[in-house]
Design a protein around this ligand. Structure first.
Ligand SMILES: Nc1ncnc2c1ncn2[C@@H]1O[C@H](COP(=O)(O)OP(=O)(O)OP(=O)(O)O)[C@@H](O)[C@H]1O
Ligand SMILES: [Mg+2]
Length: 292
């Protein structure tokens, strides 16, 4: 298995969804989720692939699903190479997860251990987080102890909308809302511990859940750099403006390039592709010990 993957067609298998990163195929009661090497920034898929990125995202998700299985059931099934032709499996096996198709709860279960991203934006403009007041005077990157659960609604088109915990209760009911929050916080704590051991600070992350035969089940990807912010521990303790570990050089380069953020995005310089790939491989190696 080797060549970078841009887009995948599998003869005879209908597409469930082609997202910015994953091509997901519909197997009836199961899904085959294939992580490509596409990279998006500022909500736009870039014209260059980052070789091995899909393998890194898949190996990280598998690592965390195994590590958190005692906390909550998840959608991952044992590999079954025979669901696709042998030559296809040869190409995609190590970037693929076979999962149970769930009845998705259309909520992003975000947990924040520090004030960054849209959490920081809300606090900065209104002094609240998920509509609940926080103490005044907090700075960007301030630690939130205990971590805060800040849900958002999932929209298939356009941007996710941050909501309050009260709003979540009105959407899914008191009992399910409480379970989603408790599970998300427990998963965040487990993730933060694993990241700390790897020298990363887990700043925030999002989980998705669904129903499988009446059981609340963890779905999608888990604790990857696409669903989370990992900061270098040293940097976030130093009080400097810490940089996202993985895509930040790409975002910085795109910002400096003068691109107006409307598709198509410009090609990245080859050395930036190499550096970005190196960062993804480093995240994987430090967290799981796996070297690709
Ligand atoms: N077990 C599952 N059952 C049903 N749906 C799932 C399951 N696991 C993940 N999904 C959904 O499948 C989709 C995975 O696709 P992908 O990650 O490429 O898209 P996305 O994250 O929604 O969009 P994008 O990556 O373009 O921002 C998501 O919509 C996710 O909610
Ligand atoms: Mg996704």
């Amino acid at each position: 298995m080797g060549a970078p993957l841009s887009e995948l067609e599998i003869p005879g298998l209908p597409l469930f969804r082609r997202g910015k990163v994953r091509d997901t195929f519909d197997l009836g009661d199961r899904l085959l989720m294939v992580a490509s090497d596409r990279l998006s920034a500022f909500d736009c898929v870039l014209p260059d692939l980052i070789p091995d990125r899909g393998r890194v995202l898949t190996a990280l998700s598998r690592h965390w699903f195994a590590r958190t299985a005692a906390l909550v059931p998840n959608h991952l099934l044992p590999d079954q190479p025979a669901v696709v032709p042998a030559d296809v499996w040869e190409r995609i096996g190590d970037r693929t997860m076979l999962v149970v198709k769930a009845d998705r709860i259309d909520v992003e279960c975000v947990v924040r251990g520090r004030l960054a991203g849209s959490g920081w934006e809300e606090y900065h403009s209104r002094g609240t987080l998920a509509d609940e007041p926080l103490p005044p005077g907090l700075e960007f990157g301030a630690a939130l102890d205990p971590p805060h659960f800040t849900p958002a609604t999932k929209s298939d088109s356009g941007h996710d909308q941050n909501i309050s915990r009260a709003h979540l209760r009105s959407l899914v009911g008191e009992e399910v809302a409480a379970r989603l929050e408790a599970l998300s916080i427990a998963l965040f704590r487990a993730g933060r511990e694993g990241c700390l051991a790897a020298g990363f600070d887990l700043v925030d992350t999002k989980f998705e859940f669904g129903w499988v035969g009446g059981r609340l089940t963890l779905i999608d990807e888990l604790l990857t750099p696409d669903s989370s912010r990992f900061w270098e521990l040293a940097a976030s303790r130093g009080g400097a403006d810490p940089q996202g570990f993985d895509k930040q050089p790409v975002r910085d380069w795109l910002s400096a390039s003068g691109w107006d953020r409307r598709p198509p995005a410009p090609h990245l310089p080859p050395e930036l592709v190499v550096e970005t790939r190196r960062r993804y491989l480093e995240v994987l190696r430090r967290i799981t010990g796996i070297s690709l």
